[in-house]
Design a protein around this ligand. Structure first.
Ligand code: NAP
Length: 481
């Protein structure tokens, strides 16, 4: 299969926070990979900005080291040598007035202008204000803002209002890197480019949906930061909400940014409040791997795990629960969505076992792909015996070299910013609606005196979460990579 790289226009991309972790791990390596793939012209400019005083050459050396570290590129790579001269640097304190005029002088008229705010959210307002105040941003400029987008509805609204003072909604790209993952976009292709699934994609045929995002890492090293957030803020309000929306939304009339985001918003607004009995929080524990130690607060009530039953109040999903779970220090690192269909209403195979329900599993990581479980006859003599087998597809295998070299989420999203395509970015009202649903869940917990359920590091989560399913006569899929 021939790799198709659709080139983008000449651009000037300013990365605020260019000396930080995200820039080193994702943004700069991602840009390099897109350059190497020939996706953008060598006339484009990438300008790093942060408080650290350094010149272009020092930033180029810093970027080269990060790219080599995170992409495995050799330091003498010919493409790297061509890429580095695209990089420049301006020392800027987001809260000060120095450096902005120099930045302005480096922006080329006629190129696409994008400003990536890869700094703490507390600085978003300062940067937006100074970009506008110094006449650097114009009506066509784009800004990219990182998560977390607020920590509750009030702060998200305030952030939206701050950005809206200087930028229109169609200039604001709120990143949720989950939306840039190849398989997440595949959810839309699977649903809306096939006739096979969509007729069954409703409460009449779907028994329930499970969405799992399991991590093996804990929070050691960034525990005091994580402890202010927890699994609901860190994963459910944003990433899992996006997955839920893509699974549950109605077909948009077109694959167009607002058409897609309108449909996602309708799902979020149709979410019922979560009953206290439908949610389980957990904290990992164990010798040398203990949340309370990692969080540096022996009295912390912040969850490192959450499982919940979510209901969507609309015609399509009335009566079909969505079970969400995510946690740290679990048995395996895996993200998947499993759609369990209803069992056939009647079995004609009296003595051969009851047909099991079909299940469609979409794996987001690792080994992105799809697995559809179907019933067949067990081969051999001995009459008609039924057995369930997987139709298993790994995208990397099915798509050959192109599948094996899928762009990282950040690479794709940055190229979409340059193209001016907001489909895979969250709109302001979407983020606010997600917080409006999440806030009462968080507030109810903060008002309660309960402690999270302990679970062993390396396990599948707390026993209480198993009971959440068992009482509905269902069970979680095994967490395995
Ligand atoms: P970080 O490693 O702490 O880097 C912060 C960057 O901001 C540094 O380049 C720092 O450089 C710069 N900075 C700090 N104060 C500044 C100021 N007053 N003016 C200008 N620049 C300033 O943070 P990070 O992990 O890269 O995260 C950046 C953003 O991405 C945050 O919003 C974070 O929530 C989000 N995010 C990060 C990740 C990740 O994996 N790292 C994942 C998802 C989202 P100087 O000290 O040189 O100024």
């Amino acid at each position: 299969m021939v790799s198709r790289v659709i080139p983008v226009d000449d651009f000037d991309l300013v990365i605020f926070g260019a000396t930080g972790d995200l820039a080193h791990r994702k943004i700069l390596p991602g840009l390099f990979r897109r350059f190497k793939a020939g996706q953008f012209p060598a006339t484009s400019r990438i300008i790093g900005a942060a408080r650290t005083e350094q010149d272009d050459a020092a930033f180029q050396a810093e970027a080269a080291a990060a790219i080599c570290d995170y992409t495995g590129t050799d330091k003498n790579d010919a493409d790297l040598a061509e890429f580095l001269p695209l990089l420049g640097y301006v020392a800027i304190d987001a809260k000060g007035e120095g450096g902005w005029q120099e930045l302005k002088s480096r922006m080329r008229p006629g190129a696409v202008h994008a400003f990536y705010f890869s700094v703490a959210p507390a600085l978003f307002g300062d940067i937006a204000e100074r970009l506008a105040g110094h006449g650097i941003a114009h009506d066509d400029s784009r800004i990219v803002v990182e998560k977390p987008f607020g920590r509750d509805l009030a702060s998200a609204r305030a952030l939206n209002a701050t950005l809206a003072k200087h930028f229109h909604e169609d200039q604001i790209y709120r990143i949720d890197h989950y939306l840039g993952k190849e398989t997440v976009q595949n959810l839309m292709a699977v649903r809306f480019a096939n006739v096979l699934f969509e007729p069954l994609w409703n409460a009449q045929y779907v028994d329930h949906v499970q969405i799992t995002v399991a991590e093996t890492v804990g929070v050691a090293g960034r525990g005091s930061y994580y402890d202010k957030s927890g699994a609901i803020r860190d994963m459910v309000q944003n990433h899992m909400m996006q997955l839920l929306c893509l699974i549950a939304m109605e077909p948009p009339y077109h694959f167009d940014p607002d058409a897609v985001r309108d449909e996602k918003l309708k799902v979020i607004r149709a979410l019922q409040p979560v009953e206290p009995g439908d949610i389980v929080r957990g904290q990992y524990q164990g010798e040398g791997s203990d949340y309370l130690t990692d969080a540096e607060d022996p009295a912390s009530r912040t969850e490192s795990y959450v499982a919940m039953k979510v209901r969507i109040s609309n015609w399509r999903w009335q009566g079909t629960p969505f079970y969400l779970r995510t946690g740290k220090k679990l048995r395996a690192r895996t993200s998947e969505i499993a759609i369990t269909f209803k069992a056939p209403p009647h079995s004609i195979f009296d003595d051969s076992g009851v047909p099991k329900a079909n299940e469609l599993v979409i794996r987001l990581q690792p080994n992105e792909g799809m697995n559809l479980k179907v019933m067949i006859k067990e081969p051999g003599p001995g009459g008609m015996r039924l057995v369930q087998v997987p139709l298993d597809m790994s995208f990397a295998e099915a798509l050959g070299a192109e599948g094996a070299d899928m762009p990282d989420a950040y690479e794709r999203l940055i190229m979409d910013v340059i193209r001016g395509n907001q489909t895979l970015f969250m709109r302001g009202d979407e983020v606010e609606a997600a917080w409006a649903w999440t806030d009462p869940i968080i507030n109810a917990w903060e008002d309660s005196k309960r402690q999270p359920e302990p679970y062993d590091s390396g396990s599948s989560g707390p026993d209480e979460a198993l009971r959440l399913m068992h009482r509905d006569n269902r069970r979680w899929r095994e967490i395995r990579s």
